[in-house]
Design a protein around this ligand. Structure first.
Ligand SMILES: [Zn+2]
Length: 54
């Protein structure tokens, strides 16, 4: 067994939440670090779907 150098047994610590549109589980991304609390959609497609439906 080999361990990727980017994950030193730390991957389980990443937070996750569920997309309010499609229900898919989103795992924390570095690009979301600043607004993780406000992230509701897994993608722009879901964001648009939600906006379209009001
Ligand atoms: Zn989604």
């Amino acid at each position: 067994m080999s361990t990727p150098s980017s994950f030193r047994g730390n991957k389980a610590a990443l937070p996750s939440k569920v997309c309010v549109v499609c229900g898919r589980v989103m795992t924390w991304r570095r690009s979301w670090a600043k607004n993780w609390a406000e992230v509701k959609y897994c993608s722009d497609a879901c964001r648009r779907l939600k906006a379209h439906r009001g």
